[in-house]
Design a binder for this molecule. Sequence first.
Ligand code: PLP
Length: 478
Amino acid sequence: MSDNAQASQAFQSALSVIETVEPRIAGAIRSELTDQRESLKLIASENYASPAVLLTMGNWLSDKYAEGTVGHRFYAGCQNVDTVESVAAEHARELFGAEYAYVQPHSGIDANLVAFWSILAHRVEKPALAELGAKTVNDLSESDWETLRRSFGDQRLLGMSLDAGGHLTHGFRPNISGKMFHQRSYGTDPTSQLLDYDALAAQAKEFKPLIIVAGYSAYPRRVNFAKMREIADSVGATLMVDMAHFAGLVAGKVFTGDEDPVPHAHVVTTTTHKSLRGPRGGMVLATQEYADSVDRGCPLVLGGPLSNMMAAKAVALAEARTDNFRSYAQQVADNAQALAEGFLKRGASLVTGGTDNHLVLVDVGGFGLTGRQAESALLDSGVVTNRNSVPNDPQGAWYTSGVRLGTPALTSRGFGPEEFDRVAELIVDVLKGTEPTSTSAGAPSKAKYAIANGLAERTHAAASELLDKHPLYPGLEL
Ligand code: PLP
């Protein structure tokens, strides 16, 4: 991370300027740093971006409109945005070994929308236009356009189910991905809770999807993307991998060979703010074959790119090229192992029995709690996690039976395996010391709970001891 003492001055000046306009916002920014400093952040999708990344976001690049692509903008005066976008895309291509990179998406959901619609453009629109002898959709007659427009909605998508660890953008019905495609989900093996590639191959053969989505938000294991590509090829599907969660482990060369999605997928999407430790944002990587379709993210589903965020992506990607980042990524995985072992040796049950990536999914049903109760009791104790479904969750998607924990953030603070073992101990103690209570009508509650006297305070104090050893942004004073 860059020099925090130097960054202090920049943040202090920025806050004093903000204070003169809206002191409550300056106050909230200050408080957020305090809160983040003082809690054990185990949310698997969060991290701490470097001061260099944070400072790159707040400037006048934000004021520039630049719809279009590098050298081909719908606005004048975009030379600096062109530099920003080119540098970010160059870093992304080099870091991930991708043929093409598109750094405009504002978020992971945007990146997935760009990917879906560019796959449809490549696989459905292009052949239809060629057959009709038209160059663009604007050249089509009303009736040909209507036929083509309807055919987008006839396409099939096969993605990982939410309760097996997939993301809502992978075909979940309440999300647009579940509405724009005929959608089916693949799950995991009911006994091992691991991906079953043979079952997936059989399902793909029967369903014949246009797109198979691999990748996850809450699956604590590595995926064999070479196998995924074989399955996609066997049914003529496009393989799209959403590596939002584990992009940092790919960038840091922890996931290589069959576990690296980039050489195997046609299209790879990611967020830039989770294990990759960059700014909030998304990115799409693609093979040359899909490049010109992905390049049309605007006007397909995006408007003007957020140039300040693309600049921050470039800075984060530059950081991710370093040996330091590689050691960080390896430490993220090693720490997850230590966390998982810490739970297992204390009798907790983990989905899939462990982890080999950056996250652990604890089945808290064994402690007699719902995910909601566990999440709340842990928060009361200074441990920030999020509840998450487990496969075939008996408590449903709101209350859930799981708590998802990730190592990227605390690893950024310098936590090692011993500290993660202690974190597991603290969490197990809280889960053991928490009991469900009843609703006011006397029925068992899925949300209410009671923590043993003094336990939350003791856990807070123990967490503070760990956190004090690894201060967040040391030297950064506000
Ligand atoms: N894809 C996956 C696998 C995710 O886990 C997430 C976020 O949690 C997203 C996409 C969406 O990212 P964003 O919140 O930036 O839209």
